[in-house]
Design a protein around this ligand. Structure first.
Ligand SMILES: [Zn+2]
Length: 293
């Protein structure tokens, strides 16, 4: 998958296996499954050398790469089973949770590290909870003031302090504080601020896809990064990883993903769902679409 193929909607879903091909052995009709948005091949050099995350033969779960449908044809290898301790809605959130987990793992958060999280979308919110579980001390979330529900959730998941990025200057606010790790889920330009307020020796871990080439470009003060001994690390959770771990953590109550669902619509009301996501900035977090039986 390259940036041109990236589709922001419809790749996070779960369902019930209805039929399988004749050579499929890992799932059977009736199984509850979450679907990896992309999976590793298991046979290339990288996979066989123990680096499935670097697989270059990865495949996308279905030809059209969109799950806004009552049924979808999926590769059997992309299906991860779960039991009734996890709901279908929760299982649909495992994909972005895996993305958050990849970013958090990449940041190498240690006990009592102070962490700043840029953004307050679902991935950032889950990252706050995962950072807390990793042992983070103080967590600061940086969010736009219009995102009332997301700000409340940031506190719910473990943020100790909120910086409203449209009202306060994050650099002025944080540059004299200890910030050991920065998790960036916002457009690339925010990296510049992160490099300014990150403490000496900090690690900045980023998952961010720009909408276009222009937004993708950003200017960084390399001397600041060099003399502050910062590390910039880029997370890219494709192939999708960590589904079993995420399902297990949800099942055991370590991460409560249900509060992320702000809206629910039947599949027939796609337009209303998109409008809610686009227009209802104060309340929209995750919009869940459900196909009728
Ligand atoms: Zn491979």
């Amino acid at each position: 998958m390259n940036a041109q193929e990236f589709k922001p909607f419809g790749h996070e879903f779960s369902g019930i296996v209805e039929k399988t091909g004749k050579n499929v052995t890992n799932v059977k009709p009736g199984d509850r499954v979450a679907v990896e948005s992309s999976s590793y091949c298991g046979t290339c050099d990288m996979c066989r050398n123990g680096h499935a995350e670097l697989c270059r033969n990865k495949y996308i779960f279905a030809p059209r790469y969109n799950a806004f449908a009552e049924k979808a044809v999926c590769k059997a290898g992309a299906l991860v089973k779960f039991d009734e301790s996890v709901s279908f809605e929760e299982a649909a959130l495992v994909e972005p949770m895996g993305v958050a987990m990849d970013m958090v793992e990449m940041a190498d958060i240690g006990l009592n590290d102070h962490v700043a999280v840029y953004g307050a979308g679902p991935i950032a919110l889950m990252a706050i909870r995962l950072a807390k579980l990793k042992g983070a001390g103080k967590i600061t979330a940086l969010a736009h003031s219009h995102s009332a529900a997301r700000i409340e959730l940031a506190r719910f998941y473990g943020a100790d302090e909120i910086v409203l990025t449209d009202i306060e200057d994050p650099v002025a606010k944080l540059k004299d504080e200890r910030v050991d790790r920065v998790l960036v889920t916002t457009p690339p330009q925010t990296l510049r601020d992160a490099a300014e307020f990150a403490s000496f020796g900090a690690i900045i871990s980023m998952i961010g896809i720009a909408k276009n080439k222009e937004e993708s470009l950003c200017t960084l003060d390399i001397n600041r990064i060099h003399f502050k001994r910062l590390q910039l690390r880029f997370s890219f959770a494709s192939p999708a990883l960590f589904f079993p771990k995420c399902l297990d953590m949800i099942s055991h109550g370590l991460v409560d993903v249900k509060p992320l669902i702000s809206h629910r619509f039947p599949l027939e009301e796609m337009q209303k769902a998109m409008d809610a996501l686009r227009c209802d900035k104060a309340h929209a977090v995750k919009v869940m679409m459900t196909a009728s039986e």
